[in-house]
Design a protein around this ligand. Structure first.
Ligand SMILES: [Zn+2]
Length: 138
């Protein structure tokens, strides 16, 4: 977290405790996008990580905007959400139901991290395939 909130003027967010406690509107909105089927990739299982590549266009979906408003985020924050994110975001939910995000400020950083996560998934899939043998084909 850095200057992304610096130009925030007159924020009136009222986000209570829970899933998105302490998280900015962009995390809430990116999570709605990702779980609504708009993620660019999903990696891992426990937890599954949803990847959203910038530009995020978080306010493109009026359902997401409405959900953020209903949740207690103010219009200023909703409008600004994700505008400063140049690379992308990775989001996941912990086993308590709290949502966390990692923000990437460069496309390179985002792609690098995604490649790494995908390589890990592949390595794991190979391990499993070796362990279970044949006979499980769809
Ligand atoms: Zn606000």
């Amino acid at each position: 977290m850095s200057e992304t909130k610096a130009r925030e003027t007159g924020c009136t967010c009222k986000v209570g405790p829970g899933k998105f406690e302490g998280e900015p509107a962009e995390v809430f909105m990116a999570w709605q996008q990702a779980t609504g089927g708009n993620s660019d990739a999903t990696t891992g299982e426990d937890p599954a990580v949803e990847w959203l590549r910038a530009p995020l266009n978080l306010d493109a979906d009026q359902e997401v905007v409405k959900a953020a408003r209903d949740y207690g985020y103010c219009d200023a924050c909703i409008e600004d959400a994700g505008q400063d994110v140049r690379g992308g975001m990775a989001l996941w939910e912990d086993n308590q139901g709290f949502v966390y995000a990692r923000t990437f400020q460069t496309r390179k950083g985002f792609d690098g991290a995604l490649d790494e996560a995908e390589a890990e998934d592949e390595a794991e899939a190979e391990d499993e395939a070796e362990g279970e043998g044949e006979g499980d084909d769809e």
